[in-house]
Design a binder for this molecule. Structure first.
Ligand code: SAH
Length: 215
């Protein structure tokens, strides 16, 4: 890993307001170079989103850091991620949680991420292929759920799969120019919601997959 570049990014994240040392350590421990397509390897430690396969993107490190910080993950927790993509966010979560379940609708992305995580010695991530907007009922309830694609509406199935005391982090918005990350906290007395920051995510897509190669 390019340690100097990694440390520059960590310093930048700190300056941007990320203060959770566990989150910063997790980001510093995952070699982002391994998760981006080869031509972008030298830009892997820039604070920018980069392309991966199928027209998808690996999120900007500051967004990963802020959403992970807002998720308040503890070492005994069971976390669900929607949108495995490159597997980068899952790898960061794996450093903080007991177990991570991650769903991706593109099978090749899921398989590639699964292989990469094993190669990196990360064994507490379980990947599955499917429509993550429906969650993972067989493994519910979850302590934490993070969606890394933009939902048009607050996904009720995911709220239902949160345990009491659970936190859901989800970008919401139909239009990429008005997306915001929302945090939903479930307690005995109901749901509490607050808005974290504006973002630009690829859409959370439900329903059948496009024909391979056109997507
Ligand atoms: N977390 C990823 C980046 C996410 S990009 C990373 O760290 O690299 C968003 C991903 O969500 C894309 O790979 C996209 O295919 C996936 N996605 C979109 N809609 C989905 C759905 N309904 N279920 C599962 N995955 C979905």
């Amino acid at each position: 890993m390019n340690v100097a570049a990694m440390q520059r990014l960590i310093a930048e994240l700190r300056q941007s307001g990320i203060s959770d040392e566990n989150v910063l350590a997790a980001i510093g421990a995952v070699d982002r170079e391994r998760f981006v397509a080869a031509p972008f390897a030298e830009r892997a430690w820039e604070n920018t989103a980069l392309p991966i396969s199928f027209g998808q993107t690996i999120s900007q490190p500051l967004v990963v850091a802020a959403m992970t910080e807002a998720l308040r993950v503890g070492p005994r927790m069971k976390v669900l991620e929607i949108g495995t993509g490159s597997g980068y966010q899952a790898a960061v979560l794996a450093k903080l949680a007991r177990r991570v379940y991650s769903i991706e609708r593109f099978k090749p992305l899921s398989k590639e991420a699964e292989r990469l995580l094993i190669n990196l010695g990360i064994y507490n991530v379980v990947c599955d292929v499917g429509d993550g907007s429906k969650g993972w009922p067989g493994q519910a309830p979850f302590d934490r759920i993070i969606v890394t694609a933009a939902a048009e509406e607050r996904p009720q199935a995911l709220i239902d799969q949160l345990g009491v005391g659970g936190i859901l982090i989800v970008p919401v918005g139909r239009d990429p120019t008005t997306q915001v990350v929302e945090r939903i906290v479930k307690s005995e007395s109901g749901l509490q919601r607050d808005t974290l920051m504006p973002v630009r995510f690829v859409p959370l897509v439900s329903g059948p997959l496009p024909v391979l190669g056109q997507g």
